[in-house]
Write a protein that binds this ligand. Sequence first.
Ligand SMILES: Cc1cc2nc3c(=O)[nH]c(=O)nc-3n(C[C@H](O)[C@H](O)[C@H](O)COP(=O)(O)OP(=O)(O)OC[C@H]3O[C@@H](n4cnc5c(N)ncnc54)[C@H](O)[C@@H]3O)c2cc1C
Length: 281
Amino acid sequence: MLYDCAVIGTGPAGLSAALNLKIHEKSFVWFGSKNLSDKIERAERISNYPGFYNVTGEALNAAFRQQAEAAGLEITERMVTKAVYAEDHWALFAGPEFYEAKTVILASGTAQTKTIPGETEFLGRGVSYCATCDGGLYRGRTIAAICGNPRFAHEVDFLAGLAEKVYLFPYYKPQRAFAENVETVKKGVAEVLGGDRVNGLRLTDGSTLETDALFCLREAVALTTLFDGLETENGHVKVDRAMRTNLPGVFAAGDCTGRPYQYAKAVGEGNVAAHGVIEML
Ligand SMILES: Cc1cc2nc3c(=O)[nH]c(=O)nc-3n(C[C@H](O)[C@H](O)[C@H](O)COP(=O)(O)OP(=O)(O)OC[C@H]3O[C@@H](n4cnc5c(N)ncnc54)[C@H](O)[C@@H]3O)c2cc1C
């Protein structure tokens, strides 16, 4: 199916865009988390969002979820890892599937997802962003996994069930045990090493570790990895007042377009981007 639009991100910017596309009866696929945004959930008290004085982040996120459900919005709980322009529309790769859309609204939150040296170079040659899609390639072999959020712990379990050995690099304090073949490494990954394919990692203390693959299980994919040729400025997506990027049919909204990082700005930009899409369609 060729959708009118694909919305990447379920924070306030993505929600606002999705609500407007729905009201205007556009067909769209909405990628992100059914919990919407961890960034909202983590806020202790919010006093600058109209209509909700001194609300907790948890309560605001619950209100957003309720509105999304009431409007009949559906979330495709998948991370988009690559978007490729195919003559007159976009092909988006997410998990084991790919989706097609005439336009895209990028609302993926803060853009400063740093890549490790070698990560982009070895993408598809040992580096992967999706355990479900690529885990099977490493059955009985050695895998390293960077886990950016406890939300992805089940993906580590999945990899542990396939691989002989998993080296886990958690970017948070793990709250629970993993299978016996999972070894937690208390160092960072400095570089991905290899020839034709990944064969190891250089760690932050200068030592090396042999591995057949590196899975980067993070909240977001670096914008320039997601879209080849996307114009950025100081790490943010460059947009005009209609939230158009330099790429055909691609709009951006929210924290990914720059400061201030605020709910009201994200919601407003999501609205403008959706209207830009509607006008373009
Ligand atoms: C602790 C804390 C307190 C805050 N307090 C306030 C406050 O009081 N007032 C205020 O105005 N702002 C506050 N903020 C800022 C506010 O949370 C952000 O400005 C806002 O959430 C930005 O919305 P967004 O939609 O741009 O991105 P986000 O809320 O970051 O949502 C982006 C979503 O996109 C998803 N995503 C990213 N990449 C992909 C991909 N490739 N595929 C699929 N999904 C993807 C992410 O998982 C995430 O769910 C606070 C932030 C924090 C962290």
